[in-house]
Design a protein around this ligand. Structure first.
Ligand code: BGC
Length: 752
């Protein structure tokens, strides 16, 4: 069907539907929160979508829709942010932040194509991904889901995700699933890093920083967008017509449907105190531009009654239902996709092809932060390695949030049904091939016990960090409590005895990161810090490996470790990827998509801030981050020369600005450089252009001794600012170009 036929068909279906059927069609409810009787009742009412159910159970309800009056297929939604990770049998990729360290949109796209295949085999069609929140306040729990702090990188990777899920251009009729970009908009900016508090930014900031990545996914054809929970400057996103309609549809040209986040509509009343009752909330959400209402069952009666009383125009309900039906038709849900599950003969879930791609991808996501005196790759003379620390053998910390460990209900007793190589496993496997002894000690220090119903009490975490309180007996713990016993350091040091190097694997775990786990303190827990110091004091060569959902505060490790690698929730192949770098089988090519602070009090430390001018420093510590965006070491040594660009370009011509640079690998090791392009607008009318802005990147493989020329085509539109009248304009004048990877060349050009 072409677009016109699809629209005509959607209209034809709509014309036969009653008001209650149309209202049900624009609702999405949680399977887990309903009784079987309720589920059947909603199917009879003609509900449009269910979430958090999969496989035969989802298909059972899909099949029931054939008995309903209009036989409209159900759309099944799932949180699939790093592969179909809520299914323990599926391929689990690194988290968004981990994926972003690769600076590799092609890999991201291929991973999401795989995720789509596994999702559709489970009878599902809509993935709540990509996540376009920016990780700028890293106290926020959900930083692991983001692509880091930069809008340009986020937009590029998110657009690649959309293509992977849906298809490039047209929706893949066989395995394409609906992407849902979220959380619209600026969710990560909540005050104090506390999830869904007010986001005190202006509409200009919205347009300058947070809207551009959404524009990229709209251009990539993303067909659904999720409204964020919070308020922006006091106005709930759910009620923000300018945001959901004028900006999204008017300016960005979005044509899919907007879905609320979980019970946004109800929260207008019971959490945000914006609506006095449900009827007001239903009208507000619909009139602002939400087309599908997630997890608010009482929306049904409220919306029907508002239309019947004439307070809500039925035309808006029609428009929303039409958008939902149109997407269902476009994605082929009325056709074979509806019964894809029945027709799967050989499942591809975590099949060899998917695993190989995942392994290759994960190998590109280990960031080398330190490598003093070329400690890595490990010398071939090494005879014994000791592996210690809480994340040495902790698959749940490698998998992280939005996996079967944490959703729909937290359960750390579950185990992945497919590959899960812990850091220790990876090192042990690689060491065996080389005849190296590996001594390992299971972590017996503090661990938090997380139950979603009773979130971790930050005071408990603090007390664990202060080494306080009586030693906890694991069995005596209540949900939400933290075990406060300290590890048996003597035994740990005993294991390290005689080791040529000690690999200490530190970080956080899904009790300390993820949704509803915001933290005020990002220090390493005291037990981990003490472990590192004792290893160093004992005179060992110390290699620190971080496994976490976000940057932690690790200045001591940065100064004292002989080498330090970092990986953000790397998933199944975290262990082999880390071991690959340790032993030199992999030359690290990952770079940081997010900055590491020296101290939590420095936050925010994102690189693209506005210039300060009066005492732009702290008196008690550097103002710079410990590691900044784009940083990451390699075993190769890249040198940049010959940065070329036109001396002047015309803003009006619209032609891409052609930039090139030479990169030479001055080492004996083949390697991949992530060449980064930034610019600075030297003078601007809004006095608000950041010190530099990231606008291009290229992964380039350069053989030892070789030189390659790298080309960029920068769209002049990327040079635009948003002025105080909310217009995107390119202001003429001098711009500074900054290109490189570790070493950066600069030159100016004029825009006329
Ligand atoms: C989260 C969303 C998620 C939704 C459905 C919400 O709590 O904010 O990101 O997609 O739940 O699980």
């Amino acid at each position: 069907m072409n677009q016109q036929q699809i629209i005509d068909k959607a209209k034809e279906i709509l014309s036969k539907m009653s008001l209650p059927e149309k209202v049900a069609q624009i609702m999405q409810l949680s399977y887990a929160h309903m009784s079987e009787d309720d589920r059947r009742m909603w199917i009879e009412r003609g509900i449009g979508s269910l979430l958090h159910v999969m496989g035969s159970e989802a298909q059972r309800f899909q099949d029931m829709t054939m008995e309903t009056k209009h036989q409209i297929p159900l759309l099944f939604g799932i949180d699939c942010v790093r592969g179909h990770a809520m299914n323990p049998a599926a391929t689990v990729f690194p988290c968004g932040l981990g994926m972003a360290t690769s600076f590799n949109p092609e890999m991201v796209e291929r991973a999401c194509e795989i995720a789509a295949r596994e999702v559709i085999e489970d009878a599902l069609h809509m993935v709540f991904s990509p996540v376009l929140c920016l990780g700028r306040d890293t106290r926020w729990g959900r930083v692991d889901e983001t692509f880091g702090e930069d809008p340009y990188l986020s937009g590029e990777l998110a657009a690649a995700m959309v293509k992977g899920y849906q298809g490039d251009g047209e929706m893949r009729q066989d395995t394409g699933v609906l992407a849902c970009a979220k959380h619209y908009l600026a969710h990560g900016e909540s005050l104090g890093g506390r999830d869904s508090y007010d986001v005190p930014i202006t509409n200009r900031k919205v347009m300058e920083v947070f809207a551009p990545p959404f524009k990229k996914v709209v251009e990539a054809g993303c067909k659904s967008i999720m409204t964020a929970y919070h308020t922006i400057d006091g106005l709930p996103c759910t009620a923000n017509k300018w945001l959901l309609t004028d900006l999204l549809r008017g300016e960005m040209g979005f044509e899919g449907f907007v879905i609320t986040d979980w019970d946004n509509t109800g929260r207008l009343m019971w959490q945000q105190f914006f609506s006095p009752d449900m009827r007001h909330a239903a009208k507000t959400a619909i009139e602002a531009g939400n087309d599908m209402i997630m997890s608010t069952p009482s929306f049904y009666e409220a919306a029907i009654s508002m239309v019947e009383s004439g307070e809500l125009d039925e035309k808006r309900i029609d428009e929303a239902a039409l958008r939902v039906l149109r997407v269902k038709l476009e994605m082929g849900l009325f056709g074979e996709k509806r019964s894809y599950f029945h027709n799967v003969k050989n499942t591809t879930m975590a099949c060899e092809e998917h695993l190989r791609l995942n392994e290759e991808f994960t190998n590109q996501t280990v960031v080398m932060l330190e490598n003093k005196n070329s400690t890595l790759p490990l010398s071939r003379d090494i005879k014994k390695i000791a592996v210690v620390g809480p994340n040495a053998h902790n698959i749940s910390s490698q998998f992280g949030d939005w996996t079967f460990y944490t959703h729909p209900k937290p359960d750390f007793a579950k185990t992945p049904k497919s590959v899960n190589i812990s850091i220790w496993d990876g090192i042990a496997n690689a060491a065996k091939e080389r005849d190296i002894e590996v001594a390992f000690r299971e972590w017996d220090g503090p661990k938090a016990v997380y139950k979603r119903e009773e979130p971790v009490n930050p005071n408990d975490i603090q007390s664990a960090q202060r080494e306080e309180a009586s030693l906890g007996d694991e069995f005596g713990l209540k949900a939400g409590q933290v075990r406060t016993c300290m590890p048996d350091y003597d035994k740990m040091l005993g294991v390290c005895e005689g080791a040529d190097v000690v690999v200490a694997v530190i970080g956080d775990d899904p009790t300390l990161n993820g949704e509803e786990r915001d933290r005020a303190n990002l220090d390493l827990p005291l037990a981990q810090q003490k472990m590192l110091e004792l290893i160093k004091e004992a005179g060992h060569k110390l290699i620190v490996v971080g496994v976490s959902g976000k940057p932690l505060v690790v200045p001591w490790a940065a100064e004292n470790a002989d080498a330090m690698l970092w990986t953000f929730c790397p998933g199944m192949y975290g262990g082999s990827a880390v071991a690959g770098v340790l032993f030199g089988d992999i030359n690290p090519s990952a770079r940081l998509p997010i900055s590491f602070p020296f101290h939590v009090g420095q936050i925010p430390v994102y690189y693209n801030q506005l210039p300060g001018w009066h005492g732009e420093k702290y008196i008690d510590m550097p103002k710079e981050p410990l590691y900044t965006f784009g940083y990451g070491l390699s075993f190769s040594d890249f040198v940049f020369t010959n940065l070329e660009c036109p001396d002047s370009v015309s803003a009006e011509s619209g032609d891409d600005i052609k930039i090139s640079v030479n990169v030479t690998n001055h080492s004996e090791v083949d390697g991949t450089s992530v060449v980064q392009l930034f610019f600075r607008d030297m003078v601007s009318s809004v006095c608000s252009t950041p010190v530099k802005q990231f606008k291009g990147f290229e992964r380039v493989f350069v053989k030892a001794g070789e030189t390659k020329q790298v080309h960029f085509a920068l769209s002049p539109d990327e040079l635009a600012i948003v002025d105080h009248d909310l217009r995107r304009v390119i202001e003429k004048g001098t711009f500074n170009l900054i290109v490189g990877d570790g070493q950066y060349l600069e030159r100016e050009f004029e825009v006329n």
